[in-house]
Design a protein around this ligand. Structure first.
Ligand code: AHR
Length: 521
């Protein structure tokens, strides 16, 4: 079979790496790999360690030094056409500008996360498996392409934001471990985005989408579920999902592992015959800690394992889809990687330079006065977010230069550092000092700050890149799947699909995207 040029280049790079590794007498140190980071990706390091990648997924960067293919595909709502998003250069970072221009003035979903390993193990929309049940509907959702902005090495990129209901899968893979075969995997995740639902996973799962019994999956889990295993503190924890159980160690319930919530988190899992390990660390600096390394759990059915070799992202093996998290990159290997190899991969990840996406746009500076303009056309592009007096519901209404002064003032806000989180924002009324925009029962009101923690939480919103690719969206700090949204001219916090009428997926991305405009008063 003729291999594509990037695979031939990767093979040459790999041979050079193996030679280097041999010369250094197997000392694949973190220092050495940091200096190699510009030319090597994590999969070159795994290959040099004798445990090559058989799946390599990322929406942010190349995972081989020579990879120059597509990272992921987006589909835009305006005409349902798709576009592959590639790299700025071979072995480099995602071309986020290609997404920005293709998705301008509409919304985009991530439809495919390509496999860089050459094995064809791409991830696409997870179809209905055992779950969701009949009441919850059919296939899983696709991720909004703008919901997880980051910078990597100073370059803008987007991660995969998994709100509950979102899931990707491949049930027909090539080269992934089955049975009790050894494998390894890592994922770089947002350690601040999680929940206790089942199950935000990345890794090996059933090929059927159904629960096939103990030991039929082996995937990284991240979240604060206490439904099965758990660790110290309140979570979240990096655990292993082996089916019918999340495991933090050899015991089925508590094991002495730490809660970890680095903004960027490296999580690893590896498993072979009666042996497995979970490790983790800060994806921006430092080394990996070993949370557990030892024999298979004290429960029947997990030794030997019966891995089936599908790949899941964001869901459990039976397609349970109530988990939440954010994924930036991850791989699966053939063979049980050594700790030294994983340490070198961690050094490569920290050298990549993950950082939070920009959260301040121009005038969104505490102390400044702004008006917030709706972006949904044709209904609302002359409309602004406004209050209608203390305790009254907040709405949008059309404001122009000849509007009454009261209307203009009601549509003007003073940006404040977030009352519950100073890296986010709160909005104080310009004409009613001490009164803030807050939600209650998911509807927005103007209310006097009573100093209570619940008020602070309900009035704090974190700015993110606009969910439609335009302007800014404002995520509720205490309901992070919900954003400030206008719906039928009322104002709410809304998720993209949910139980309230204003969670409607129709026009959600546009309704939650706002332009920061000059203040009307
Ligand atoms: O093992 C935990 C979860 O249990 C699996 O992800 C899912 O398949 C089952 O519901």
């Amino acid at each position: 079979m003729i291999k594509p040029p990037w695979i031939r280049r990767a093979r040459r790079a790999l041979l050079a790496t193996v030679a280097t590794a041999a010369l250094s007498a197997g000392l694949l140190t973190a220092t050495a790999s940091t200096s190699q980071a510009a030319t090597q990706g994590p999969c070159d390091i795994y290959a040099a360690g004798g445990t090559p990648c058989v799946a390599a997924h990322s929406t942010t960067r190349a995972l081989y030094g020579a990879y120059n293919g597509p990272l992921y595909q987006v589909k835009r709502a305006s005409d349902n056409t798709t576009r592959d998003i590639g790299l700025l250069s071979a072995g480099g970072y995602a071309n986020a500008a290609a997404q920005d221009s293709f998705c301008a003035n509409t919304s985009c979903l991530i439809t495919v996360i390509y496999d860089q390993s050459g094995k064809g193990n791409k991830l696409t929309q997870a179809l209905k498996g055992q779950w969701p049940g009949p009441a919850e509907g059919g296939n899983d959702n696709l991720a909004n392409a703008f919901e997880a902005p980051v910078t990597v090495g100073g370059h803008k990129a987007y991660g995969v934001y998994v709100a509950p209901g979102t899931g990707y899968r491949n049930n027909n893979t090539n080269g992934i471990a089955t049975g009790d075969q050894p494998e390894g995997m890592y994922a770089v995740l947002d350690g601040t985005h999680y929940n206790a639902g089942c199950c935000f996973d990345y890794g090996n799962a059933e090929t059927t989408g159904f629960n096939e019994g103990n030991g039929t999956m082996e995937a990284i889990y991240f979240g604060n579920s206490r439904g099965w295993g758990y660790g110290n503190g309140t979570g979240p924890w990096v655990m292993a999902d082996f089916e019918n159980g999340l495991f933090s160690g050899v015991n089925t319930r508590f094991n002495d592992i730490p809660s970890v919530s680095h903004r960027f988190l490296t999580a690893t899992l590896k498993g072979g015959p009666n042996q497995w390990a979970i490790r983790g660390g800060d994806a921006r600096s430092g080394s990996l800690s070993t949370y557990y390394s030892g024999v298979r759990p004290n429960a029947p059915g997990y030794n030997p394992m019966k891995k089936q070799g599908a790949i899941i992202l964001g869901i459990g093996g039976d397609n349970s889809n109530t988990g939440a998290g954010t994924f930036y990159e991850g791989v699966m290997t053939s063979g049980y990687p050594s700790d030294a190899t994983e340490n070198a991969v961690q050094a490569n990840i920290t050298a990549a330079g993950y950082n939070s996406g920009s959260t301040s746009t121009g005038t969104l500076t505490p102390g400044s006065r702004i008006s917030l303009k709706a972006t949904t056309d044709p209904c609302c592009t002359t409309h602004y977010l406004r209050h209608n007096g203390a305790d009254a519901k907040v709405t949008i209404s059309s404001i122009n230069s000849s509007s009454p002064a009261t209307d203009k003032a009601d549509a003007t806000w003073i940006v404040r550092a977030g009352l519950a989180n100073s890296s986010c924002l709160s909005f104080e009324s310009a004409n009613r000092p001490g009164q803030f925009l807050r939600h209650r029962n998911y509807e927005l009101y103007l209310k006097t700050n009573n100093g209570e923690a619940s008020f602070a939480n309900d009035s704090t919103f974190c700015p993110t890149a606009g969910n439609s690719g335009v302007g800014t969206s404002f995520k509720s700090v205490n309901f992070p799947t919900k954003y400030i949204r206008h719906y039928r001219f009322g104002a709410y916090i809304a998720s993209n699909g949910g139980s309230n009428a204003w969670d409607s997926t129709t026009a959600w991305a546009k309704d939650t995207s706002w332009l920061t405009a000059s203040p009307w008063s």
